[in-house]
Design a protein around this ligand. Structure first.
Ligand code: SME
Length: 149
């Protein structure tokens, strides 16, 4: 995990979509625990997959806010770290080798507009330091949001 300014100096930011895609790729390169990185956007009652970076695509391109660890982060309005996905009943499986997950809400103008979702191959891959860094990054993303789709 690095300093936010240092990380952002390496991402492309031509427009909001490019920024988000570049952040997903940049996060994967940054930390060996960030095995799959995606951003979901809140659209009505669902989370819809936006940019992502990882070895495989997920079948979960649309997740009801009522489901999954992803939905729980929006409902609870907070970051969720799952140390062992196999023992969390909320978990929606995407990849056979995922063992832990962190989901960080993205807020814009006081509302949750999306979230950063990262899967790790090791149990308990995500620490308080990851949470702090990713929450600062989510705040940055929310501040860059153009305000409409
Ligand atoms: N595991 C998530 C679903 C999304 S995939 O990890 C990409 C969940 O439980 O909501």
């Amino acid at each position: 995990v690095t300093n936010l300014q240092e990380f952002l100096s390496g991402v492309e930011d031509e427009d909001f979509r490019e920024l988000c895609l570049s952040i997903c790729g940049g996060l994967r390169e940054l930390d060996r625990h960030y095995d799959w990185v995606g951003i979901y956007w809140v659209k009505g009652e669902n989370l819809v997959l936006g940019p992502w970076s990882g070895p495989e695509e997920t079948e979960h391109k649309k997740i009801p806010i009522s489901e999954g660890v992803c939905g729980a982060a929006v409902r609870e309005k907070q970051t969720i770290i799952v140390d062992d996905v196999q023992s969390d009943p909320r978990y929606l499986a995407c990849f056979a080798d995922t063992r832990s997950e962190i989901v960080v809400p993205i807020r814009a103008k006081g509302k949750i507009i999306g979230e950063i979702d990262i899967d790790g191959k090791e149990k308990a891959a995500f620490t308080a330091e990851d949470k702090q860094f990713l929450e600062a990054l989510a705040e940055y993303i929310g501040n860059q949001w153009p305000g409409k789709w």
